[in-house]
Design a protein around this ligand. Structure first.
Ligand SMILES: NC(=O)c1ccc[n+]([C@@H]2O[C@H](COP(=O)([O-])OP(=O)(O)OC[C@H]3O[C@@H](n4cnc5c(N)ncnc54)[C@H](OP(=O)(O)O)[C@@H]3O)[C@@H](O)[C@H]2O)c1
Length: 265
């Protein structure tokens, strides 16, 4: 058997699959797209910035071969843009087998009772409602195929209260319930729906959480004695999306170096 044939039979192979990852121009989303490409998938790179998506796709195509990455800009707050995104991918590649709702927003830091309505609504729209929109767009084709995997990037923030990012945490807690509910609704169609809850991961988004001495403090209390890297999340997505994770649905996988186990962050 050739190495390629063996890779295709691997429990963790995504060979022949198409994966759409929102927010994949950098950070966790990029690492997820790279891990899926490594596992054999074709990946759709998406964010608001077409040039940034082009660069990531170029790098993946250079590494894994032409036509393995397709860059398509779309804002998760724009339902029409998401419709166009899904339509374009389906036209080009026929199918979206795996959806990773990774992009999210947090425009506010401060007491929850002081958050302007617009900021709260934006957080709920981008972090919860847009995930539901995207699922609604990809599920009809998954249903016809009687297969599919949907993964929502939530956060351990959804597991505890905060005096600065309360609305964001509420949205991430809603994502836990979103995947539980859709797992129940879509199980009969052979579609799994799960969430991942990362701890503090070294990305632009999370800089305020690990800069200014915070990284040293976290290194002292996180059981694995370090903050996470974007690559720490990619393998979990491959697991949930591949044959290896076929019987996992409605679940939230915490990936935080053990921080929640210690009960303090
Ligand atoms: N890093 C952490 O510690 C951490 C912890 C727990 C959970 N998370 C979650 O992990 C996910 C990824 O975060 P990250 O840390 O990787 O952030 P990041 O490095 O800032 O990357 C965010 C990605 O999303 C895109 N994006 C932002 N707003 C968008 C929008 N409105 N429409 C489409 N794309 C958008 C960004 O590109 P453009 O700005 O060019 O659009 C970028 O590609 C988020 O759901 C976040 O809540 C992160």
């Amino acid at each position: 058997m050739t190495g390629e044939a063996m890779a295709e039979r691997s429990l963790f192979s995504l060979s022949g699959k198409v994966v759409l990852v929102t927010g994949s121009s950098r950070g966790i989303g990029r690492a997820v797209a790279e891990a899926c490409a490594e596992a054999g998938a074709r990946v759709v790179i998406s964010s608001r910035n077409q040039l940034a998506c082009d660069e990531v796709a170029k790098a993946i195509n250079a590494r894994h071969g032409e036509a393995r990455a397709l860059p398509v800009a779309a804002s998760i707050s724009d339902r029409k843009a998401l419709e166009n995104l899904v339509e374009l991918v389906q036209q080009q590649w026929g199918m979206i087998d795996i959806l990773v709702c990774n992009a999210a927003t947090n425009p506010y830091s401060g007491p929850l009772l002081d958050i302007p309505d617009e900021a709260f609504l934006k957080i709920l729209r981008n972090n919860v409602l847009s995930n539901q929109w995207l699922m609604g767009l990809v599920v009809p084709a998954m249903r016809r195929q009687r297969a599919g995997a949907i993964i929502v990037m939530s956060s351990i923030g959804g597991l505890f209260g905060s005096d600065t990012i309360g609305a964001y945490n509420i949205s991430k807690a809603a994502d836990f319930q979103l995947v539980r509910n859709l797992a129940v609704e879509l199980g009969r169609d052979g579609i799994t729906v799960n969430a991942i809850a990362p701890g503090v991961i070294r990305t632009e988004f999370a800089k305020p959480l690990y800069e200014g001495g915070e990284e040293e403090r976290l290194n002292g209390i996180v059981p694995l004695r370090r903050i996470g890297e974007p690559e720490d999340i990619g393998g979990a997505v491959v697991f949930l999306a591949s044959r290896a994770g076929a019987y996992v649905t409605g679940h939230t996988l915490v990936i935080d170096g053990g921080a929640m186990t210690r009960g303090i962050i």
